[in-house]
Design a protein around this ligand. Structure first.
Ligand SMILES: [Zn+2]
Length: 41
């Protein structure tokens, strides 16, 4: 099973069918609009 995780807040956005365990990074609806970069560590 694949999982889509928000790269900004680490929230799980969605799951999708996959043969192997996969994690993709995206943006959830909450973080979708904020395109400003936060402080990079
Ligand atoms: Zn988010």
């Amino acid at each position: 099973m694949g999982t889509i995780v928000c790269q900004t807040c680490d929230a799980t956005i969605a799951h999708f069918e996959d043969e192997k365990v996969t994690t993709l990074y995206g943006k959830c609806s909450k973080c979708d609009c904020s395109d400003t970069k936060e402080d990079e560590q």
